[in-house]
Design a protein. Structure first.
Length: 168
């Protein structure tokens, strides 16, 4: 019976390491999708010149962002609150789920605060500026995931094995 308990400790340690690595990867994926979202917003804005709520609804109905919760949450809220408030609410939910850090949320909140206040060229410049900042955040998140993600996976396995050996 002792070996089964030891094996379960190794499995639990490995699972904890994988979970910690997965949380880092979720941030990378979320920031990638946000970058794609800003690119899609820029393109839609260039072709249609629609106001921000209409652009957002159009993006939410498209295939590219059908599975991205941030877009869907904002689109759902746009019917009864302004864009910036809907975006802030969706970001708060995403941060609560661990998809981003407070610094990521702050950057995206600053982006939302400047949306819809200037002409087409000003909006496109605004999107480009925040896309470059978001790209830097994504690069940092990817670097952290590559460095710490592997460490978490290995530490989970070795921690479980060490605990098993200690208690055997």
């Amino acid at each position: 019976m002792g070996w089964i308990g030891g094996l379960l400790m190794v499995v639990a340690g490995t699972g904890m390491g994988l979970y910690a690595s997965h949380r880092l990867r979720r941030r990378v994926v979320f920031l990638e999708m946000c970058g794609r979202l800003l690119q899609g917003l820029w393109q839609e804005m260039s072709y249609t010149s629609l106001p921000m709520p209409d652009l957002w609804q159009r993006l939410a109905q498209g295939e590219a962002f059908a599975a991205f919760p941030l877009v869907q949450e904002v689109a759902k809220e746009l019917s009864h609150i302004p864009f910036a408030d809907a975006f802030a609410s969706a970001l708060e939910k995403a941060e609560g789920e661990g998809a981003m850090l407070p610094s990521d949320r702050q950057l995206l909140l600053e982006f939302a605060a400047g949306c819809g206040h200037t002409d087409l060229e000003g909006q496109q410049a605004h999107i480009e500026y925040y896309r470059s900042l978001l790209s830097a955040q994504e690069g940092e998140a990817r670097r952290v995931w590559q460095e710490k993600g592997r460490v978490y996976r290995v530490l989970g396995l070795t921690g479980g094995m060490a605990l098993m050996l200690l208690l055997m």
